[in-house]
Write a protein that binds this ligand. Structure first.
Ligand SMILES: *Cc1c(COP(=O)(O)O)cnc(C)c1O
Length: 362
């Protein structure tokens, strides 16, 4: 019924495009958090390993544990490990990104208890996003700590708050300056300095000169880089397909859906599709803000989206019950679908529910 087709050859293409944007010796960190942005992270991760990413990254420990269970051997960074998951993190040989004193001190105690030395870690600085990270003026505290024998500091990084913003961006420029200073301080202190990285997908396109030693790429592997010019260089991996469950003739003046969300201005044909909130199609896509594609034609979503169904106006489209419908596919990407509902590709993909069948095309 509902199928998310994943075309891994498009992932290959996107990987090659990203490699073209970065230097041969720049490391590529493949971000596969949140089930590879709501798609299917085991196959996605395995393909990225085959393609040659140096490291994978997830958000939480549990995601890394799953990747290890699937036999992934390459380094796995955990961006947002929580204190109560550090033991599991060590057991699965995952690499924590330490972002606060509280977390770093907890990890230090744990390593000492276990008599572990030289454990690979990453340090995240907050240079202006104000989400997680050590304050950028706490480098000296970090420098003291990371000289402890329990730690092996592999990389130091920060995250831009508006990497897709048209240059010059005051915010990004400020962050870049702060990060450069952090890099200087770390490089002075360490005999073998760690590696440094700052850029996510749109950063790779917008600030290639600040790629430092590595880039962290997530959404671009799915075919999006937050700007139409950069999206053009990439190919969407995911296509969401459904079918028409039922078609009704609705008389002029009748309403469609809950809370009489939409009133038929004339006699119309309404098709009901088996997708709703539970599948990740939010209320904001209803009431003609977005549409679906049937036989190459756009059919607006009318009325409020329901839990399991949504309704579209097919008055102008010749179609039958059981016909195929695309929410995003060859004619329109997830990003374009998202925009009309006031959303973004990240949210649409990551929100896709587990009822939708994933079909991998190798
Ligand atoms: C999710 C995430 C990324 C990847 O961002 P994209 O825009 O998807 O490339 C990079 N770095 C951090 C810290 C992240 O949380």
């Amino acid at each position: 019924m509902n199928t998310l087709h994943l075309y891994l050859q498009n992932l290959d293409h996107n990987y090659r495009q990203i490699r073209k944007k970065i230097q041969p010796n720049t490391l590529c960190i493949g971000v596969v958090k949140a089930n590879a942005y709501g798609t299917e992270f085991i196959h996605f991760a395995k393909r990225l390993v085959e393609l040659g990413v140096d490291t994978l990254a997830v958000a939480y420990t549990e995601e890394g544990v799953q990747l290890r269970k699937e036999g992934i051997k390459i380094p796995i960074m955990v961006f947002y490990p929580q204190k109560n998951s550090l033991e599991a993190l060590i057991e699965s040989n995952l690499e924590p990104c330490l972002y606060s004193k509280h977390l770093l001190l907890s990890f230090e105690i744990l390593l000492n208890e276990k008599k572990i030395e030289n454990y690979p870690i990453h340090i995240k600085y907050n240079t202006g996003l104000n989400r997680v990270g050590f304050p950028f003026d706490e480098v000296n505290w970090i420098l003291d700590k990371i000289s402890l024998p329990c730690f092996n500091l592999k990389t130091v990084y920060s995250h831009l708050a508006a990497s897709e913003e048209k240059r010059p961006s005051l915010l990004c420029d400020k962050q870049i300056q702060r990060f450069k200073k952090i890099k200087e301080q770390h490089s002075k202190k360490n005999e073998a300095p760690p590696k440094f990285h700052l850029l996510n997908s749109s950063g790779i396109f917008n600030y290639p000169e600040f790629q430092f030693d590595a880039v962290r790429c997530g959404i671009a592997f799915h075919g999006f880089a937050n700007h139409p010019d950069w999206d053009k260089l990439l190919k969407p991996v995911a296509q969401l397909e459904t079918i028409i469950t039922q078609i009704h003739d609705v008389m002029k003046g009748e309403s469609v859906g809950y809370d009489h969300g939409w009133k038929a201005p004339k006699q119309v044909r309404i098709a009901s599709l088996p997708l709703g909130h539970a599948d990740g199609i939010g209320r904001h896509f209803g009431n003609q803000s977005s549409s679906v594609i049937i036989h190459g034609q756009e059919a607006p979503i009318v009325g409020n989206v329901c839990m399991d169904m949504l309704m579209v106006d097919v008055s102008e489209i010749s179609c039958e019950e059981g016909d195929k419908v695309n929410l995003f596919g060859p004619l329109r990407s997830a990003s374009e679908f998202a925009v009309n509902g006031g959303s973004i590709s990240y949210e649409v993909l990551a929100g896709l529910g587990s009822r939708i069948k994933r079909v991998i095309h190798f």
